[in-house]
Ligand binder design. Structure first.
Ligand code: SAM
Ligand code: DTB
Ligand code: SF4
Length: 361
């Protein structure tokens, strides 16, 4: 290597051991590497754990929309924001399973169900658990995002066979009070710790484009990468514009190369995690998404609606993957060979139809 920045930073030559002691300074040094060095390092790590041509496809359904008491300034579903989103009741189990069947027929391997709650009521848990059992019986991986949980609720979800719990930290500790005041970063971390201790895999990431600085974005990834165990799944959302939210006033479109750098940083800090290019793809060019895949992103949501906002048409996504010589994984993707086993739950067998990924090296 010529006199590139790599040689000035011996620690940057390391090749992707799983570490949980990252510092902000180290992360910033990686983030600011010359782009060729940054992408090379991210690709090398990505290839050491995953098939770089394979992308996981997940499908998302809002099973309970709107009317949420939390004041998250970015969200269409908060009662504090005048966004025109109509509040609905928790969906019937049968309708959810119909949707999951359609998602499976469309090739999705994971089905994620979201509810606009601060936390679920115990009386909601029976129905949510029935949804999880029904989706699992189709041979799909399950993920739910329901807000804050108690240890008993985690136990119930685990008994229902839940694979992943999504609970995002959303931004840095410093910027958090700017985007929500009815809950704190520590509340989020508490639920994440309960989920982890309960033996359910963790899906945790955040949002960029809410007026935060580059330092905040990096700090958010450092929080994730210094958890006792990295989240198995890391969704990176580009804020999807929602008229009537406070974030609309402060949002700053993220410069595309800065976004690619962030994806590469996530891949480098968390080598075995699946990094999902989540919300915001419908505003991204094919070229930007391609660069994100090169930087180590290996999961997307498919289907033209996320929870309440837009996502690219399925056909458009599959055309893009084809153009790039990439493909959707037909079985769940894991970043390590023991990824099929839950922590703290013994060697439970996988749901029918799932196998260790063709996407795993
Ligand atoms: N109420 C639960 C909670 O907040 O944990 C689950 C549903 S909430 C909508 C799930 C996640 O969606 C949020 O944590 C946030 O990261 C993401 N999100 C919400 N609105 C978004 C937007 N407009 N653009 C991008 N991501 C968004
Ligand atoms: C995540 O990180 N992104 C998804 C999923 N987890 C639940 C949600 C994106 C929501 C985008 C805004 C909406 O559609 O309302
Ligand atoms: Fe409610 Fe979740 Fe939206 Fe916050 S992000 S307002 S908790 S639905």
């Amino acid at each position: 290597m010529s006199a590139s920045a790599m040689s000035d930073h011996p620690s940057l030559l390391e090749t992707g051991d799983v570490r949980t002691d990252w510092t902000q300074a180290e992360a910033e040094a990686i983030y600011t590497l010359p782009l060729p060095d940054l992408l090379h390092r991210a690709q090398s790590i990505h290839r050491s754990r995953f098939d770089p041509t394979m992308v996981e496809t997940a499908s998302l359904l809002s099973v309970k929309t709107g009317g949420c008491p939390e004041d998250c300034g970015y969200c269409s579903q908060s009662v504090h924001n005048k966004t025109g989103v109509k509040a609905t009741k928790l969906m019937a189990v049968e309708r959810v399973i119909e949707d999951a069947k359609r998602a499976k027929a469309g090739g999705a391997t994971r089905f994620c169900m979201g509810a606009a709650w601060r936390s679920p009521k115990d009386r909601d848990m029976d129905r949510v658990c029935a949804m999880i059992e029904g989706v699992r019986a189709l041979g799909m991986e399950t993920c739910v995002t329901l807000g804050m949980l108690t240890a008993t609720q985690v136990e119930r979800l685990n008994e229902a066979g839940l694979d992943y719990y999504n609970h995002n930290i959303d931004t840095s500790r410093e910027y958090y009070p700017e985007i929500a005041t009815t809950r704190t970063m520590d509340d989020r971390l508490e639920t994440l710790a309960l989920v982890r201790a309960g033996g359910i895999k963790v899906c945790c990431g955040g949002i960029v484009g809410m007026g935060e600085t580059m330092t905040d974005r990096i700090a958010m990834l450092v929080i994730l990468a210094t958890l006792e165990r990295h989240p198995e799944s890391v969704p990176i959302n580009m804020w999807n514009e929602v008229q009537g939210t406070p974030v609309m006033e402060k949002n700053q479109p993220v410069e595309p190369i800065a976004f690619v750098r962030l994806v590469a940083l996530a891949r480098i800090l968390m080598p075995e995690s699946v990094v999902r290019l989540s919300a915001g793809r419908h505003a991204m060019s094919d070229e930007l998404q391609a660069l994100c895949f090169l930087a180590g992103a290996n999961s997307i949501f498919t289907g033209n609606v996320l929870l309440t906002t837009g996502n690219p048409e399925r056909n458009k996504d599959f055309a893009l993957l084809k153009k790039l010589g990439m493909r959707a994984a037909e079985a769940p993707v894991y970043g390590s060979t023991d990824g099929s086993l839950r922590q703290g739950n013994g060697a439970r067998s996988r749901p029918p139809g799932s196998a260790l990924a063709s996407g795993v090296l």
